[in-house]
Write a protein that binds this ligand. Structure first.
Ligand code: RB5
Length: 150
């Protein structure tokens, strides 16, 4: 079963707990590298930390781990994650984004906004993200170009 790293800032700690429990119920191995409780923190710290764990896990076994990062909008923490080499973090507002993020972009992380995406939508986005395969083919060379950007 794929390992999932979770990173988050102070926006919606219960939201994050619900997502972790949801993934554990589905028997995923989950590692929380986010903030705990509601004290104000800086989303770049947790976006980077989560992305580095995903990148490190995938050094030897391509796509063995995925990451989910959560902040108020999903924007800041996703921007931080995408600064890390070999991370492709898709900001998702519906399952369609997750589907396209996987099939076309080979996304290995998603970012979600706890203040704007209701929890049932978030679960559907996560299910789609985790259950959809990369299509490869014509998309591979585009993903290779993404990975080559320095
Ligand atoms: C924190 O208030 C908020 O700025 C953060 O969670 C996120 O939405 C940033 O992109």
């Amino acid at each position: 079963m794929r390992k999932i790293f979770i990173g988050n800032d102070h926006a919606g700690p219960e939201y994050v707990d619900t997502i972790i429990a949801y993934l554990q119920e589905k028997k995923y191995e989950v590692e929380h590298v986010g903030s705990v409780g509601g004290s104000s923190v800086d989303y770049p710290d947790f976006g980077e930390a989560c992305a580095r764990e995903v990148a490190k896990s995938n050094e030897h076994e391509e796509n063995s781990a995925f990451g989910i990062v959560i902040c108020g909008t999903g924007l800041g923490i996703g921007i931080a994650a995408n600064k890390v080499k070999n991370i492709r973090c898709a900001h998702c507002v519906s399952p369609y984004y997750a589907e396209m993020g996987r099939t076309h972009n080979d996304a290995n992380m998603i970012s979600l906004g706890a203040r704007v995406i209701d929890i049932e939508n978030a679960k559907s986005i996560i299910d789609t993200f985790l259950e959809t395969e990369f299509e490869g083919g014509r998309h591979q060379k585009r993903v290779d170009k993404l990975n080559a950007i320095k």
